[in-house]
Design a protein. Structure first.
Length: 449
C-alpha cells in the first residue's frame, strides 16, 4: 500500500465501468468475488498479476503495485479455506448491510465530492478546448497547461492531450531536451534582434518607420532582416513612428499678382539623370515649445539626388526667407560648377511671385517654373520631404528658436549623409550624388523652354 499513488477522479470513473469492481475511491478498490476466483485460476495457469488484471479489462498503467499485492492476499485466503472464502454468505451480507447511517452518509458525501471535482476539471478542460478553437491558445500554451494540470491532479497525459486537441507525441517532443535548447536559442536570438532594432530606432533621436529601420540595419550593421519581422518587433516593443497626416488646406493668397505667375515649364519631369539640373523649393511651418511658437523652413532640394542643398529657418514668413535660401545656394560647389540649363520650380506662393525673387533667379541664370494653382502634385518631391521631416522629428519640447535651428541643422545633415532612402535603392542622397559624379554626368541637353 505504501508504494501506491492515489487514484484521481478519472481513474475512479474508469474503474467503476469494469464489471469486476464493486466500488472504488482514491485509496481503495473493492473487487468482486468473481475476479478473485478468476485470478486464482489464471494464476494456477501461470499468468502473472499484471497479465491477470489486463485479461480482466483493467488499465494497469495507474494501478501500480495493487494487482500483485491483491493476488498475494487472495492466494493466502484460498490456501486457508479454498474457494468458499469468496462465496457470498449471509453473515458477510449482514456485515455489509449493517453499516451505520453516519458511515453511509460520509461515503455518499465523499463520492459526491469526487463527482463534483470530476465535473469541475472537465469544465475547465472544455473551456481550454473552446479557447483553443478560438485560437486564443497557441500549442506551447496548451502543452504547459497540460503539464500543470497533470502534475497537480494526476490526470493522464493522453486524456488531457485528447481534450486539448493536440498529439501526445507533440507534447513529449515539446518538453524534450533538444526542443528546450532550441527554444532558448531562439529566445536569445530574438532578444538580440530586439536590442539591435531599438538601437537603430533610437539612432540620432529621429523617428523611423520599419522601412527606414530595415535600410539602416543593412547599411550600419550589414544585417538583413525581413520587413514583417521588423514590424512585429517594433509593434511588440512599442516602437511607433508617427503616421503622416494629410496637410491641412492651405489658404491661397488671393492678392497675388497674376502677371508675375510663371508657367509650369517642369511638368513633373523631376528625374533627368543629372545632379543639380532640377531644383525644387518650398516653405513649411514648424511648431515648437508645446505648440505655442511657430517657425518657417525654406528649402531647395535636388530632385535627382533628393539632397537638401540649401535651406533657411526664420521666425517670420517674409521675402527674406526665400532670398536667403537662394543666396545659400551659391555655397554649393556642385551647383557652381554646373550653372547651365538649371530649372528651379516652386508653387505660386506670394514670395515666389515677387519681383525681387524673380530678378535674383534671373541673376543666377536659372529657369523659373511654377506649379499650377492648388496642385501640390506638380511639386510632389518637396512635399514628400516635408512629410518625412515632420514624421521623424520631435520638436514640440524645444523651448527656443536657437534650439530649433540647431536641431534642424542636425536633422538635415543626417538626412543627406546617413539616412538611406527607398527611392534611391536604400542609399543616401550624398552617396547618390557621388555615384552620379563618378559616372561623369554631363549637363542636360533637355530644353526646358
Amino acid at each position: 500500500m505504501n508504494n501506491r499513488s492515489k487514484l484521481n477522479v478519472f481513474h475512479i470513473t474508469e474503474l467503476k465501468k469494469n464489471k469486476y469492481v464493486i466500488s472504488a475511491d482514491e485509496n481503495k478498490i473493492h473487487y468482486s468475488n468473481d475476479l478473485k476466483k478468476k485470478a486464482i485460476l489464471l494464476s494456477m495457469e501461470g499468468y502473472t498479476a499484471k497479465q491477470t488484471f489486463t485479461e480482466c479489462g483493467f488499465d494497469i498503467s495507474y494501478l501500480g503495485t495493487r494487482p500483485t499485492e491483491q493476488i498475494k492476499i487472495w492466494k493466502k485466503q484460498y490456501k486457508m479455506n479454498g474457494f468458499s472464502t469468496f462465496e457470498k454468505t449471509k453473515s458477510n451480507y449482514k456485515a455489509r448491510t449493517n453499516i451505520s447511517k453516519d458511515m453511509q452518509i460520509a461515503h455518499l458525501k465523499k463520492e459526491l465530492k469526487q463527482v463534483k471535482d470530476e465535473l469541475a476539471y472537465i469544465k475547465k478542460l472544455e473551456k481550454i478546448e473552446s479557447e483553443v478553437k478560438l485560437e486564443r491558445y497557441i500549442k506551447s500554451q496548451k502543452f504547459k497547461l497540460i503539464k500543470l494540470i497533470s502534475e497537480k491532479k494526476h490526470i493522464s497525459i493522453s486524456t488531457l492531450c485528447s481534450l486539448a486537441n493536440v498529439s501526445r507525441s507533440g507534447y513529449y517532443n515539446y518538453f524534450c531536451n533538444k526542443s528546450t535548447l532550441n527554444r532558448k536559442k531562439r529566445s536569445l536570438a530574438y532578444i538580440k534582434d530586439v536590442n539591435l532594432i531599438k538601437k537603430v530606432f533610437a539612432y540620432k533621436g529621429f523617428k523611423k518607420g520599419s522601412r527606414c529601420v530595415k535600410a539602416l540595419l543593412l547599411n550600419m550593421y550589414n544585417t538583413v532582416m525581413s520587413l514583417n519581422k521588423i514590424q512585429k518587433i517594433m509593434r511588440e516593443n512599442g516602437m511607433k513612428s508617427q503616421i503622416r497626416k494629410a496637410n491641412a488646406h492651405r489658404k491661397m493668397n488671393l492678392k497675388r499678382q497674376e502677371s508675375h505667375v510663371i508657367q509650369n515649364i517642369l511638368k513633373r519631369r523631376f528625374k533627368t539623370g543629372i545632379p543639380r539640373n532640377v531644383l525644387l523649393t518650398d516653405i513649411t511651418y514648424l511648431f515648437y515649445n508645446n505648440h505655442k511658437k511657430r517657425a518657417y523652413l525654406s528649402v531647395i532640394k535636388d530632385a535627382e539626388t533628393n539632397e537638401i542643398i540649401s535651406y533657411d529657418i526664420s521666425e517670420n514668413l517674409d521675402l527674406n526667407i526665400v532670398l536667403n535660401t537662394i543666396n545659400n545656394l551659391e555655397l554649393d560647389s556642385v551647383f557652381n560648377t554646373s550653372k547651365n540649363n538649371i530649372i528651379i520650380h516652386s508653387d505660386q506662393g506670394s514670395q515666389y511671385t515677387t519681383s525681387k525673387y524673380q530678378n535674383k533667379i534671373k541673376e543666377l541664370g536659372l529657369i523659373q517654373s511654377m506649379s499650377r494653382r492648388a496642385n501640390c502634385w506638380d511639386n510632389a518631391p518637396i512635399e514628400s520631404f516635408f512629410g518625412t521631416l515632420k514624421q521623424e522629428i520631435s520638436i514640440n519640447s524645444l523651448q527656443s528658436f536657437t534650439e530649433l535651428k540647431n536641431y534642424i541643422n542636425v536633422y538635415i545633415n543626417y538626412y543627406n549623409n546617413e539616412r538611406p532612402q527607398l527611392s534611391l535603392n536604400n542609399i543616401t542622397p550624398i552617396k547618390k550624388l557621388h555615384d552620379l559624379l563618378s559616372m561623369g554626368s554631363k549637363n542636360c541637353s533637355l530644353q526646358w523652354c
